[in-house]
Design a protein. Structure first.
Length: 145
């Protein structure tokens, strides 16, 4: 069964219906239900745009703070992403002591019956007292308000 980390988090956080979770994880079933895709699209355009704006402002703050971006050429449905291996390879080109960040780092793994996949909005490499520290950040409007 293939799902995203966000789908599992939503199921747990909102104590969602098991039937809806099954439909979300099984494309063959959900494709036969009229308007199913409409239910899973972000309906609040204002919140979606606010989230994008917050990501832009966060990236500008990181650059102002001296962090450099780790970039890769990978692209997923028109959206630039960074594979996990691309992120690791990018780290090798960063000078020792230089803080850096990568955008939309893809993560995936298996937990029980589920193949989990998702993306980390920002994955940071920071240096504190000469030691590297990894941090991740997910920009959500609800967390900003």
């Amino acid at each position: 069964m293939n799902t995203t980390a966000s789908t599992i988090g939503e199921f747990i956080r909102y104590n969602s219906c098991e039937r809806r979770f099954k439909l979300t994880t099984d494309n063959q079933i959900s494709e036969t239900i009229p308007f199913w895709n409409r239910l899973n699209n972000p309906l609040n355009i204002v919140l979606a745009q606010t989230g994008k704006d917050k990501e832009k402002s966060w990236e500008q703050a990181l650059r102002k703070g001296g962090l450099i971006e780790i970039k890769t050429d990978q692209n997923n449905h028109g959206k630039a992403t960074t594979s996990w291996n691309g992120f690791l390879a990018g780290l090798t080109s960063i000078p020792l002591g230089q803080s850096a960040y990568a955008r939309e780092v893809e993560i995936k793994g298996r937990i029980g019956l589920f193949d989990i996949n998702g993306q980390i909005d920002f994955l940071l490499l920071l240096w504190l007292d000469g030691q590297p520290v990894g941090c991740n950040s997910k920009c959500r409007y609800a967390a900003i308000a």
